[in-house]
Design a protein around this ligand. Structure first.
Ligand SMILES: Cc1cc2nc3c(=O)[nH]c(=O)nc-3n(C[C@H](O)[C@H](O)[C@H](O)COP(=O)(O)OP(=O)(O)OC[C@H]3O[C@@H](n4cnc5c(N)ncnc54)[C@H](O)[C@@H]3O)c2cc1C
Ligand code: SF4
Ligand code: SF4
Length: 405
């Protein structure tokens, strides 16, 4: 497709300038419109021209895939130099995909003095590690990391690149995809390979979680996806496995950064972090008021768990968003998930249904949460939860005295 101005017809009316949604895509030169490199070929200007001076030629091009791209890569996200679990989950998945494609697994690690993590990256499945190091990369920075990823991908041409659907992973993947002019599927819950066509089948919930859509990127390379933490299973590491380290020295690094990290303030809570928790106690609208979360926290503290929440309570401002479990919150897979006053909407269940044991407390015996619960307690949470706290506290107190725990 191309956009052309028929100069003989152009009257310089500038109507196309106002119709174009992309800044700088059309400029006026000597009172005649001129299409620039910023044009995205969207075609919005064509119908606006009153004299038919814009021609959008929809060439029937037979798009071809660049088959020089090879390898399944994982962006190894880290905090303070410690790789996130999702990176290992994705490496485990990448091994499977690479096997189907008969190719290698690559990891990309960007950070400061981070080479020591290479063994772990190889142990979880990488055959090659692309390493970018420098003090400027100590903490995630959108502009620097995008520049690094963009350059490494353009140089080494992987066929597939996976990112964790974390805050930073989502930020980075979207920017890199735009730079590379390729597709990106966000928040995948399943990824497989169409071996014959070498296509990544990227499945994610769509239309409010009511259907699962499988998205393909048939032409653009690499094929890119973000995948939620805890969705893919992490394999056991094999520390005997070795790999090749490719140290990448980048030139033309962006000098002017729009953001600078001044300080990192850890969020402190009496309970453990939601994504790492083996036990989660979640509260829903059945709590009726924000103070209800004190009870949820009390139970969580009693059994060493984290506090989760339904979106209804987050939207109501009862608890911050980072506690939200579900499609637009966190995906969790603890050993024990206790849902208190949560109805079990499909979007909530999407984030917790793979928990090993689910206990639901709800006064409505027909609440959908009971369909997936391992144990269901029909009752008022304001009676059930205090009774559970009392029992657990008694149990742990007795166990402490007898030396059982
Ligand atoms: C695009 C989209 C994305 C979404 N993403 C998410 C998401 O990530 N996470 C999420 O949670 N939701 C999400 N939702 C919202 C979801 O559809 C539900 O609205 C929400 O999960 C309902 O929260 P709830 O179960 O707390 O409230 P409700 O559905 O109102 O359920 C409250 C439950 O509490 C019970 N109850 C009331 N009083 C008591 C009591 N005293 N004791 C015991 N039980 C009691 C009731 O019987 C009821 O079952 C999303 C929706 C959309 C459209
Ligand atoms: S095709 Fe779209 S982006 Fe290009 S000049 Fe026309 S309106 Fe602007
Ligand atoms: S709308 Fe048509 S005539 Fe007017 S400036 Fe644009 S190309 Fe020229």
């Amino acid at each position: 497709m191309s956009v052309r101005i028929i100069e003989e017809k152009c009257t310089g009316c500038e109507l196309c300038l106002h119709a174009c949604p992309y800044p700088g895509a059309i400029e006026m030169e000597n009172n005649i419109a001129k299409i620039t490199d910023n044009c995205t070929l969207c075609g919005a200007c064509e119908d606006e021209c009153p004299v038919g001076a814009i021609e959008v030629a929809k060439k029937e091009t037979k798009a071809e895939v660049d088959d020089s791209y090879e390898g399944v890569w994982v962006y190894i996200e880290h905090v303070d130099g410690e790789p996130l679990e999702v990176s290992f989950e994705l490496l485990s998945k990448a091994k499977e995909l690479a096997k189907d494609l008969n190719t290698y697994v690559g990891g990309v690690l960007i950070g400061d003095k981070i080479k020591s993590k290479a063994n772990e990256v190889f142990a979880y499945g990488a055959d090659k590690l692309y390493l970018v190091q420098g003090s400027e990369y100590k903490n995630y920075n959108t502009k620097l990391y995008t520049h690094a990823m963009d350059n490494i991908i353009k140089t080494y041409k992987p066929e597939i690149v996976l990112f964790g659907a974390t805050n930073n992973g989502r930020d980075l993947a979207a920017r890199v995809a735009v730079r590379l002019r390729t597709g990106l599927t966000a928040d995948c819950t399943k990824i497989t390979i169409d071996k014959e066509k070498r296509l990544l089948e990227q499945t994610r919930p769509a239309f409010g979680g009511n259907i699962m859509a499988t998205i393909l990127c048939p032409i653009g390379r690499p094929q890119m996806a973000t995948v939620r933490p805890k969705v893919m299973k992490k394999d056991k590491p094999d520390y005997a496995k070795q790999g090749e380290i490719i140290e990448v020295n980048l030139e033309d690094k962006p000098q002017e950064l729009r953001t600078r990290i001044i300080d990192i303030i850890q969020h402190t809570t009496q309970t453990v972090n939601l994504e790492d928790a083996e036990i989660i106690v979640s509260g829903g609208r059945g709590l009726s008021e924000p103070e209800g979360f004190k009870l949820i926290e009390e139970l969580a503290v009693a059994i060493g768990g984290a506090v989760g929440a339904s979106r209804a309570t987050v939207d109501a401002g009862w608890i911050p968003h980072h506690h939200q479990v579900g499609q637009t919150g966190k995906t969790v897979a603890p050993k024990l998930y206790i849902a208190c006053g949560i109805s079990g909407a499909i979007q909530h269940m999407a984030g917790m249904q793979t928990s090993d044991v689910i206990i639901a407390i709800n006064k409505d015996p027909d609440a959908p949460i009971f369909d997936i619960a391992t144990y269901g307690i029909v009752g008022d949470l304001y009676e059930v939860v205090p009774a559970l706290i009392k029992e657990f506290n008694n149990y742990f107190e007795t166990s402490r005295k007898t030396g059982d725990c």
